[in-house]
Design a protein around this ligand. Structure first.
Ligand code: NAD
Ligand code: ZN
Length: 356
């Protein structure tokens, strides 16, 4: 095998480019993988063009892929070269105390389970390294194509995490603010958890159409005026049970507080790339006594979670194909796909690069 590989990297703030690096070495519990399909994420855009996590030099981007295992360390038990696998965007250290406490995404410190394209090279390369392969890889079921499987890296787990953290229950009225791919999966996850009425807040016709396909009952366009007014009018003044935030900026928390019932849950999965503070309106937050819970979460990674979500697709409960609007077929196309994610044409939900 060659010793060098190429990858699409953040060269510095606002700059991306192809670079050559050594193929990563595999430790005793690790795996080396080569991508079968890859997709860029809005988070890559926040990282490069909004400087959300600070400066990075020559860091290979990307954290969404399906892959084939090329090499494993001598302590890896359940995976071998040739296996087709799902790659979670978040790859925790499973022995960390945070993992033992149930917050593996923060293993070793806040957000530290997020390694690809943050603290180590990501998936936009000919090869990439996976730590703790037995805990972080999942076998890809034969009935799921590697292209569809890329949506299991981040979009499905994040959207479903939003619905899980909102504790969506049968008959709940749920508002999903932002219906890019993450918000669309929050709509789908809420519907699977039994939501009754589901408002999808978004402006693009394509996303609205897909949201309805996933079970949104009401569409609210934030470009047509204040969403608080629009939702409260449709609700005849009755506040909603749950709000999931998957788009917009720091102002969305204020909106969420103005439509949520006492005892409701506001679940954020949005990556807040800009702004110093989130404003919580005092009165609508029940003067601090409204039992309104606000939670924000990074998606959980890990094998168990990936296998659980894969079964949702495998047994026909969820079709991710409506998310995949733009298809490419060469590693080099990743650059265009990432720029497309940044510029978001009206018909774009997710671009995917298939290397099969
Ligand atoms: P996206 O940009 O495709 O979707 C967000 C949508 O919100 C866009 O269509 C945008 O037009 C819309 N929007 C903008 N302002 C709005 C407003 N005021 N009200 C309603 N909608 C508004 O992004 P995505 O890929 O769907 O990801 C959503 C967010 O989730 C991003 O910030 C991403 O970085 C983040 N993310 C978080 C995790 C996690 O683990 N929590 C994982 C992946 C992505
Ligand atoms: Zn992401």
């Amino acid at each position: 095998m060659a010793s060098k590989m190429k990858g699409l990297a953040m060269l510095g703030f606002d700059t991306i480019g192809w670079i050559e690096k050594d193929i990563p070495k595999v430790g005793p519990t690790d795996a080396l993988c080569k991508p079968l399909a890859i997709s860029p994420c809005t988070s890559d855009v926040h990282t490069v063009w909004e400087h959300a996590i600070g400066e990075r030099h020559d860091l290979i981007l990307g954290h969404e892929a399906s892959a084939e295992v090329v090499e494993v360390g001598n302590l890896v038990k359940d995976f071998k070269p040739g296996d087709k696998v799902i790659i979670p965007a978040i790859t925790p250290d499973w022995e960390a105390v945070e993992s033992q406490a149930g917050f593996s995404m923060h293993s070793g410190g806040m957000l530290n389970g997020w390694k690809f394209s943050n603290s180590k090279d990501g998936t936009f390369a000919e090869y990439f390294h996976v730590n703790q392969a037995d805990g972080n890889l999942a076998h890809l079921p034969e009935s799921i194509s590697p292209v569809d499987a890329v949506m299991l890296s981040d979009m499905v787990p994040t959207g479903f995490h939003g619905a899980d953290n909102a504790e969506v229950a049968y008959g709940d009225t749920v508002v999903v603010i932002g219906i890019g791919p993450v918000g669309l999966m929050a709509v789908a996850g809420s519907v699977l958890r039994g939501a009754g009425r589901v408002y999808a807040v978004g402006s693009r016709a394509k996303c609205q159409e897909v949201a309805q396909g996933y079970g949104a009952t009401d569409l609210i366009n934030y470009r047509n005026g204040d969403i608080v007014e629009q939702i409260m009018e449709a609700q005849h003044g009755k506040p909603v049970d749950k709000v999931i935030i998957a788009g917009g900026g720091v102002e969305t928390f204020e909106q969420a507080c103005k439509i949520i019932k006492p005892g409701g849950i506001i679940s954020n999965i949005n990556y807040l790339g800009t702004g110093d503070y989130i404003k919580i309106p005092r009165v609508e937050w029940g003067l601090g006594m409204g039992h309104i819970r606000i939670i924000g979460g990074l998606m959980p990674g890990g094998r168990k979670n990936m296998e659980r979500l894969a079964r949702v697709i495998e047994y026909g409960r969820l079709d991710v194909k409506p998310l995949l609007t733009h298809h490419y077929s060469k590693l080099e196309d990743l650059e265009q796909a990432l720029l497309q994610m940044k510029d978001k044409t009206p018909d774009l939900i997710k671009p995917v690069v298939s290397l099969i």
